[in-house]
Design a protein around this ligand. Structure first.
Ligand SMILES: Cc1nn(C)c(C)c1/N=N/c1ccc(/C=C/C(=O)NO)cc1
Ligand SMILES: [Zn+2]
Length: 370
């Protein structure tokens, strides 16, 4: 199994400042300066664990490149690109669009590298140079919409890669699974009317964006039925997520018969994340990856590429990221997650009746996938 792995030190230099987590530091409001939740640490620590564990020796290293204007405009408006470019020229940089997504001077170049990195990873998979790939990129992308950046995201990395690979390699049916704990609004919006791109978002109900990700959001026109949302209740652990895979993700992909599977891979559904209230541990990320590998083997010669998104606890996210990359690479003796016995033993992580009730509402929607 050849697994592509893409990371670059520049992703750690994307500067999100001292927004004290989410809000600008302001002594008058009692907000003390501290690095933004979306900072380099988790990504750098995933990379270092991949290296120190020795798994890096089983991976095929891929190099990112900067996405061109033309590639970015496959998804984004000219205005969005122009505004990012203009703010990137400012002495202190700017923001991707919602005031929550800052970047430093020249920041557009790192945004281009993230989008171009996912294009490279996806292309390596489709060309068969690797069987599957993980693009450990930053800034993240799944909240970025055609007309604006949002939720720490500058460009819609995965959506751009999907449109780019369709143009260069004629890939038709692309299934996107977003297991980041926040709603994949940007990807959904990009492909809202597109029946050749199935978007499935598993997220915690109403965290971010607070006004999207409802079951009733199903796509429009030709795309109706090809957007699926699974707004899981807070506290959902392995039972709820694996039931969502058994009852929604697997059957949806079986009906859709993709030529390529892409994953918006955030780890912020982990049990210790500051920006959510779910209960996952590394073992569930490993199992979800194994399920997708099986589905990719069944439908599209194993073609599976993952784009890094969120995940904010620098202590625990590395173990979740390593578990996914070990599964992709078929590592036979994976590193034991020392926190699994602690965070995986909490009560209530098995499937709960109210989670089943939520999934019962989503399952019938699969009938509209043809
Ligand atoms: C501030 C603020 N004020 N208000 C009203 C709202 C809605 C605010 N944003 N909260 C946020 C913004 C982004 C995230 C996570 C992004 C991610 O990890 N995506 O994968 C979480 C909460
Ligand atoms: Zn997230």
């Amino acid at each position: 199994m050849a697994t592509g792995y893409l990371y670059h030190e520049l992703f750690g230099w994307h500067d999100t400042g001292t927004n004290a987590g989410l809000l600008p530091a302001d002594h008058r409001a009692g907000i003390q300066p501290l690095q933004h939740f979306e900072n380099a640490e988790t990504k750098r620590r995933i990379h270092e664990l991949v290296v120190v564990s020795g798994v890096i020796d089983q991976l095929t290293r891929l190099e990112p490149r900067k996405a061109t204007d033309e590639e970015i405009l496959l998804v984004h408006t000219e205005e969005h690109l122009a505004r990012i470019a203009a703010e990137s020229e400012q002495p202190k940089g700017g923001d991707s669009g919602d005031g929550l997504s800052p970047f430093g001077p020249g920041g557009i170049e790192i945004g281009r590298l993230a989008a171009g990195g996912m294009i490279e990873a996806t292309t390596a998979v489709v060309e068969g140079r690797v069987d599957n790939a993980y693009a450990l990129i930053r800034p993240p992308g799944h909240h970025a919409e055609p007309a604006t950046g949002r939720g720490f995201c500058m460009f819609a990395n995965l959506a751009i890669a999907a449109r780019a690979i369709r143009r260069t390699h004629g890939v038709e049916r692309i299934a996107v699974i977003d297991w980041d704990v926040h709603h994949g609004n940007g990807t959904q919006k990009t492909f809202w009317e597109d029946r050749d791109t199935l978007t499935i978002s598993l997220h915690q109900d109403r965290v971010f964006p607070p006004d999207s990700g409802f079951i009733t959001e199903r796509g429009e026109g030709a795309g109706f039925g090809y957007a699926l949302n699974v707004p899981l209740p807070p506290g959902t652990g392995s039972g709820g997520y694996l039931s969502a895979f058994d009852r929604v993700v697997g059957p949806a992909i079986d009906r859709f018969r993709p030529d390529l599977i892409l994953v918006a891979s955030g780890f912020d559904a982990n049990a210790t994340d500051p920006l959510s209230r779910q209960g996952l541990t590394s073992s569930t990320y490993r199992t979800m990856t194994e399920r997708l590998l099986d589905l990719a083997a069944t439908h599209c010669d194993g073609r599976l590429a993952m784009s890094h998104e969120g995940g904010y606890n620098p202590v625990y996210v590395p173990f979740c990221g390593l578990a996914v990359i070990e599964a992709l690479a078929g590592v036979t003796e994976p590193l034991a997650d020392p926190y699994e016995p602690i965070f995986g033993a909490m009560a209530g992580l098995e499937l709960q009746p109210h989670q089943t009730a939520l999934l019962d509402q989503v399952v019938p929607l699969l009938d509209d996938i043809h």
